[in-house]
Design a protein around this ligand. Structure first.
Ligand code: FES
Ligand code: FES
Length: 158
């Protein structure tokens, strides 16, 4: 049976009606029209659906909407209030993607890594980026360009 759930998405208050177990991914895509978040495996194994909940990366495909009520969600569409995030700019500048299917999730997690390092006034190193992105599959094999772009974004940020 449908229930009402309220939460913030990219700085806006939203209320949706759906079953409590509905995955956040489908709420974002089908009820809120935020189609930048991708469906890959649907089983928490590929990272394509990654969004931030209270600034921590989660797989939206296996996150039930009831668990998000009262929290703040950030999707690829809302990574930065001032246009593209440094990570998004760097991914484009480095032509890091091929098909691009994996990049929404990778950009979201990478932005969280870059932003956290900046807040802590420390350098983000390659090992940390590779470890952070370990759970993100890229069937095009663009990993090395993606890592280079994220490191460039960390140097350029904000
Ligand atoms: S679609 Fe969510 S982890 Fe693959
Ligand atoms: S660029 Fe195609 S899956 Fe990563």
């Amino acid at each position: 049976m449908d229930e009402q759930f309220s939460f913030r998405v990219n700085g806006r208050d939203e209320t949706v009606g759906c079953e409590p177990q509905t995955a956040l991914l489908w709420v974002l895509r089908d009820l809120l029209g935020l189609t930048g978040t991708r469906f890959g495996c649907g089983a928490g194994s590929c990272g394509a659906c990654t969004v931030l909940v209270d600034r921590s990366p989660v797989h939206s495909c296996d996150t039930p909407i009831w668990s998000v009520a009262g929290h703040a969600v950030t999707t690829i569409e809302g990574l930065s209030a001032d246009g593209p995030h440094a990570v998004q700019r760097a991914l484009v500048d480095h032509q890091a993607g091929q098909c691009g299917y994996c990049l929404s999730g990778i950009a979201v997690r990478s932005a969280a890594l870059v932003d956290r390092a900046r807040e802590e006034s420390r350098t983000l190193d390659e090992a940390e980026v590779r470890d952070g992105l370990d759970g993100h599959l890229c069937r095009c094999g663009a990993h090395n360009r993606i890592v280079a772009a994220v490191l460039a974004a960390a140097e350029a940020s904000p």
